[in-house]
Design a binder for this molecule. Structure first.
Ligand SMILES: [Zn+2]
Length: 194
C-alpha cells in the first residue's frame, strides 16, 4: 500500500479537484451532459476528472500451518499487522499486482493458489481481492514498507493489532474454512463501523 493513498481518511468522499490536471485551469463542479452526478469539469479544455473505486490486491501467504503477516512501517496504521496487499497499478493484472505487493512488503515471492475473497468497501471506495498463496521459501525479511515480517500460527495471530477490519475478517474466514478443509471464493462487504 503506498503512502500517498490514505484510504481510510477519504471516507468515501470524492477528493476536491480544484485545478485541471491537463491545463491547470480552475475546475467547475457540475453534471456533465449525459451524466447523472456532479464531477470536476474543466471549462477551458473540457477535461472531466472521473473518480472511481480503487482495487487493492494481495494474498494470504501460507507456509504449512503458518501464514505470513507484515507489520506496517508506513501510515496509515503504522505498527499494525497486515497481509501483503496494495493498490493495483495500471497495466497490471490482479495476479501480477498481488505478487508484486507481496514481494515489496515481505521481500519474498509466492505462488498464487486461487482467489479467496473479494470485499466491497464502498464507504472508502475500495475493492479488495485477496488470493491464497504458498510461500516458495522462508527468505522473507523486513522491507521499507514493513518493519517486521513473520510467520504466525492461528493461535498466535495478533488479533488486537491488525491494521484494518478487512484483514481481520479475511483471516477469520480463512481459518474457519481451513478448519472445514474447504476453501470457497466469496464476495462480501465491509461496512462502516465494522
Ligand atoms: Zn483543462
Amino acid at each position: 500500500m503506498n503512502e500517498s493513498s490514505e484510504p481510510f481518511i477519504l471516507q468515501g468522499q470524492a477528493m476536491d479537484i480544484n485545478y485541471c490536471c491537463r491545463c491547470a485551469a480552475r475546475m467547475e463542479h457540475r453534471i456533465p451532459g449525459g451524466d447523472d452526478q456532479p464531477r470536476p469539469v474543466c471549462p477551458v479544455c473540457g477535461f472531466i476528472h472521473y473518480q472511481n473505486p480503487k482495487m487493492v490486491v494481495g494474498c494470504i501467504p501460507e507456509w504449512g500451518e503458518q501464514i505470513l503477516l507484515c507489520r506496517r512501517n508506513i501510515e496509515p496504521r503504522s505498527g499494525k499487522w497486515t497481509l501483503p496487499a496494495g493498490y493495483l497499478e495500471n497495466g497490471e493484472t490482479v495476479q501480477q499486482g498481488a505478487l508484486r505487493e507481496t514481494e515489496e512488503e515481505t521481500g519474498t515471492s509466492v505462488n498464487l493458489i486461487e482467489p479467496f475473497v473479494m470485499y466491497n468497501i464502498v464507504f472508502v471506495n475500495q475493492i479488495y481481492l485477496l488470493f491464497r498463496a504458498s510461500l516458495k521459501d522462508t527468505r522473507f525479511h523486513p522491507t521499507p514498507e514493513s518493519s517486521e515480517v513473520e510467520l504466525f500460527t492461528e493461535k498466535d495471530i495478533p488479533w488486537g493489532l491488525l491494521a484494518f477490519p478487512v484483514i481481520e475478517q479475511t483471516l477469520s474466514r480463512y481459518f474457519r474454512d481451513r478448519t472445514k478443509e474447504t476453501f470457497s471464493f466469496r464476495i462480501d462487504e465491509i461496512k462502516k463501523g465494522n
